[in-house]
Design a protein around this ligand. Structure first.
Ligand SMILES: [Zn+2]
Length: 282
């Protein structure tokens, strides 16, 4: 079913099918956006009494590499069905020996090392539907929702999976993994984990006044941290699969503890305060 708006869900989760395939009663809807198609359909179901829209970031067949994901369409699609709070779980490499496989880290900072991604809605370029956005600069000093982060940390802790609270996620262009020199450089900067999808997901959420919280799961130690052959894709998939059950459990508990949409009181809700974007956000 093609869907172009209306209220279907409050909370969005950008992550793979392992997160929603256990739900009863999932409705699949196709959403069109002014930016083209999102990575896949939205899968909408109920979790902890809340309506949640799941979006497989890489497509259900995992056919989209990180640099080819249509991040603008993904965030726009979620907002268009009513989502105002987004959880973005993702696999990352650890940049410190103590952040080994199975570590859950809730970052509070991000470093953008991507090279060629559309990372704003407000570029002054006319869209396919004729609307022309103004050029707008949003504040991004604190890239994640303070409330969402706190809920994620407290929920993981209560479940017995002590998370690393704070840390910097450096996002690389990919799809290749880092060289040893790059990895050692990232580590020397004091950054915590490295991934390929956290940017521009977070900033696009901010531009739409969505709350965005990243939950990073370490699947490997990055190339500069350990001797050996470096990171392999197989290793990443194996560790992710081994942790997906407890990640889903924590995510679902977080969903149940997020504020109601109209009770949000974080800065995300005022990211565009006083700015004329030129766009109808709906
Ligand atoms: Zn927020």
């Amino acid at each position: 079913m093609v869907h172009s708006g209306g209220h279907q869900a409050d909370i969005g989760v950008i992550g793979g099918s392992g997160l929603y395939s256990f739900l009863d009663d999932v409705t699949e809807i196709t959403v069109e956006t002014p930016y083209g198609p999102p990575s896949d359909s939205l899968f909408i179901g109920e979790v902890a009494g809340r309506r949640v829209a799941f979006l497989p970031r890489h497509g259900r067949k995992h056919h989209l590499p990180p640099h080819r994901i249509n991040y603008r369409a993904n965030l726009w699609a979620l907002r268009s069905v009513g989502v105002r709070q987004v959880l973005g779980p993702c696999a990352v490499g650890g940049l410190r020996p103590e952040y080994g496989p199975g570590t859950l880290l809730i970052p509070d900072q991000i470093v953008d090392r991507t090279k060629a991604r559309e990372q704003t809605y407000y570029d002054g370029e006319a869209r396919a539907d004729g609307q022309v956005p103004n050029v707008v600069h949003v504040a991004f000093a604190d890239p994640y929702c303070s409330v969402g982060r706190r809920v994620a940390v407290e929920t993981a802790r209560a479940s017995g999976w002590e998370p690393v609270d704070h840390g910097t996620l450096v996002v690389i262009e990919g799809p290749r993994f880092s060289t040893r020199a790059e990895s050692r450089w990232h580590e020397a900067q004091g950054w915590s984990v490295v991934g390929m999808t956290g940017h521009p997901e977070a900033v696009l959420a901010r531009e739409l006044e969505l709350c965005y919280t990243s939950l990073t799961l370490v699947t490997d130690l990055d190339a500069g941290v350990v001797a050996g052959e470096g990171v392999s894709h197989e290793e990443v998939l194996t560790v992710f699969a081994a942790n997906v059950d407890r990640l889903r459990t924590v995510l679902f508990d977080v969903v149940g503890r997020l504020p109601e949409t109209d009770e949000r009181d974080c800065l995300c809700t005022r990211a565009l305060g006083g700015l004329d974007t030129g766009l109808d956000l709906g």
